[in-house]
Design a protein around this ligand. Structure first.
Ligand SMILES: [Ca+2]
Length: 681
């Protein structure tokens, strides 16, 4: 089928190149020839064709300027909708014996045509976004449909037999199928539906089956109805809603004389032709650059989150263009060259794809905004591609220019593949992008912190410089997220003053409560490291006053069991778990950081993680800001031991001396005495 289409397209291109038909109306900027290869069907009413084409951005946003013209005269048509991206879908009346039509668009002054024509052929599906409402009955469902937006797309389909939104996101959407059944004989027709969620089936405007409400599908025809019909063309309508989660829509029937209820087959609907799209033409332009996109593959990017990579092949279809210098901008920060180009998209969305014929700025160029979304390949094909097949191409992407959503998915992919280098580059490319939303920025800095650890982030100059650079130009929540990441590195490097300055700068920005709480806790830490007990207390106290929305992990951390858990994790050398438990503790009870216990456990963890300088900062903070606590002498003792093991005799001696002077009656005094050089045996 694809090969036939491509050949037909080429034929159209050549025809257009040989003899360009006269322009119908000078107020129109753009047109495309569309060609109907179909026999006459000898059915009642007009034959019809449907076409979806790219507009190059010339069409009015509401499509009211779209006209179908043959031999200088308008033909009745119905415009279904604009988008997503620069596409438009139009059905039109097919004239007897006429194959070539023109669809005109790009006329700002045009108003919608006055006629109200509908194709009485085929099965056409339209889907839109669900905006709410309870599908408790047909009237409510019709209201839901009339309120639903945005328009996701429309096209001819074979059957009502779908497990996802054909044109956009599947999580929640509303569908309207309108078709024309060729009823072979008069009699009683049984219709059945199974759906997730609501569905309503009508024939000739009369409700036949209703399955209202929110529910999953069933595997039988228990939701059915019966209607007496005359032979001939009958209007079929099927309204469907997926309010959330999984989806499915199936319509079945049993015509008179049939044995079983079966999915209404494609052959039951009156034939609707699909017109072949010719190249874009622009009024007064000798060459109008044009290309056509075709989905040529898809693969799961991430096994756990069902993120798809979609491969699209773009073909230069410019009429009367002999040049071979064609340059592509795929709209996601990547470029290519060649008469056709294949590109792999890593995130759903609408991408402005530009094709330029030649390198100069005045070279003919066109931009079509292309809609990329999870394709329905799993339904129409048995297998999808392996992501490893896309890896060579993806690994050549310029990550500095890759858009943030794609970079975030790439980061997931790299992480799953265990490629630290690729992951690091993807994460840094997100950090360096001013347009990366907060969620992606947080995801990137979070993944880096978790995969590499604070010590490695601090030891590699790339991270601090990337964070600092991004921080300089950031605003709002982005600034706060970057401040946390940057302050963490600065603390790790023993620069609590700089850390505090960065955090304080970010505190002036607007942000949500959880982020502000994290920022204040980090501020308190910087103050502790500076030995500023009052400053730390104020910051922790302010953090504690911000209301919490607890996550499961944080909930589990409540009730004092966390200390025991942390000790246990430390004993078992489960350091990642210990760190999470401590983070949760700090998050829940920031003021307890001043009691010394959680900080002391933190220091033990840092020592175990082979981060002695950060551990020493933590221990010194305890001795400075929690001097009255029982953990102060413990902290000094551990600090002395760490100094000793690093060969810092003076510092070790100072720590032990301090225990003997300030905490003479503490249980640690005896050991400190033994540890002092010259005193021990
Ligand atoms: Ca559902």
């Amino acid at each position: 089928m694809r090969i036939i289409c491509a050949a037909a397209l080429l034929a159209v291109a050549q025809t257009a190149a040989q003899a360009q038909a006269l322009w119908w109306d000078g107020t129109y900027k753009a047109r495309r020839q569309v060609t109907v290869y179909a026999p006459e069907w000898n059915l009642p009413g007009d034959d019809a064709a449907i076409v979806t084409f790219h507009t190059g951005g010339h069409m009015k946003a509401d499509g009211s300027d779209v006209r179908v013209v043959v031999r200088g005269k308008e033909v009745s048509c119905r415009f279904y909708g604009a988008g997503p991206g620069d596409t438009a879908t139009v059905a039109f009346r097919v004239e007897r014996g006429v194959r070539d039509y023109y669809v005109y668009f790009g006329n700002a002054g045009a108003a919608a045509p006055r006629y109200d024509w509908q194709p009485r052929r085929g099965l056409i599906l339209e889907t839109r976004g669900y905006k709410g409402g309870d599908p408790k009955n047909l009237a409510a469902m019709r209201e839901i449909w009339s309120q639903s937006e945005p328009f996701y797309g429309a096209d001819a389909v074979d059957k009502v037999w779908h497990g996802q939104n054909m044109f956009g996101p599947s999580e929640s959407f509303v569908s309207l199928y309108t078709g024309w059944l060729m009823c072979p004989s008069p009699g009683d027709y049984v219709f059945a539906t199974t759906s997730d969620d609501a569905s309503f089936l009508l024939v000739d405007g009369k409700p036949v089956v209703a399955w209202p409400g929110y529910h999953g599908p069933v595997a039988d025809a228990r939701h059915s109805g019966i209607i007496r019909l005359k032979a001939g063309l009958r209007e079929f309508q099927y309204l469907h809603l997926n309010a959330g989660g999984t989806t499915c829509a199936v319509a079945a029937w049993r015509p008179p004389g049939a044995e079983v209820v079966e999915v209404i087959p494609e052959s039951a609907f009156a034939p609707l032709s699909r017109a072949v799209v010719g190249p874009l033409e622009l009024a007064g332009e000798r060459i109008a650059a044009d290309f056509s996109p075709e989905i040529t593959g898809e693969a799961l990017l991430s096994g756990t989150e069902e993120i798809y990579a979609v491969q699209i092949t773009f073909t230069n279809t410019t009429a009367r263009d002999a040049s071979s210098l064609v340059y592509w901008d795929f709209g996601d920060g990547q470029n290519g060259s060649g008469r056709s180009a294949t590109h792999i998209y890593l995130a759903s969305g609408v991408y402005p794809v530009t094709m330029r014929i030649g390198r100069t700025n005045d070279a003919p160029a066109v931009t079509h905004r292309i809609n990329v979304h999870e394709h329905w390949g799993w339904q129409t094909r048995k297998e999808i591609d392996e992501i490893s097949a896309y890896f060579p191409a993806i690994s050549r992407y310029n990550l500095e220019t890759l858009d943030a959503a794609s970079a975030a998915n790439l980061l997931r992919l790299a992480e799953e593949q265990g490629s630290i280098d690729f992951m690091t580059r993807a994460a840094l490319s997100i950090v360096s992008r001013q347009d990366a939303p907060r969620e992606q920025l947080e995801f990137a800095t979070g993944r880096l912190r978790e995969s590499l650890g604070a010590a490695r982030l601090a030891s590699d100059a790339r991270f601090e410089s990337a964070y600092a650079k991004a921080f300089g130009g950031a605003k709002g929540e982005r600034k706060a997220v970057l401040a946390l990441a940057l302050a963490d590195i600065q603390l790790e490097k023993g620069r609590p003053g700089e850390s505090q300055a960065v955090l304080k700068q970010a505190l002036g920005e607007d942000m949500d409560d959880p982020l502000r709480r994290r920022l204040l806790i980090a501020c308190g830490d910087a103050a502790r490291y500076l030995g500023d007990r009052d400053g730390a207390h104020n910051a922790f106290d302010a953090a504690a006053r911000i209301p919490l929305r607890r996550s499961g992990i944080q909930q589990a951390a409540l009730g004092g069991a966390i200390a025991f858990k942390t000790e246990d994790y430390l004993a078992r050398k489960q350091y990642a778990d210990a760190e999470k438990a401590l983070d949760a503790w700090d998050w829940e009870k920031p003021l307890e950081k001043l009691d010394g216990y959680s900080s002391f456990l933190r220091a033990r963890l840092l020592e175990a993680q082979d981060r002695p300088s950060r551990a020493l900062s933590e221990l010194e903070a305890i001795a400075a800001v929690s001097a009255d606590s029982a953990y102060a002498p413990k902290a000094l003792l551990l600090a002395g031991k760490i100094h000793s093991s690093r060969g810092n005799r003076e510092s070790a001696k100072a720590a032990f001396d301090r225990i003997l002077k300030a905490y003479r009656t503490s249980p640690e005094a005896e050991e400190a005495g033994r540890m002092l050089p010259g005193r021990g045996r």
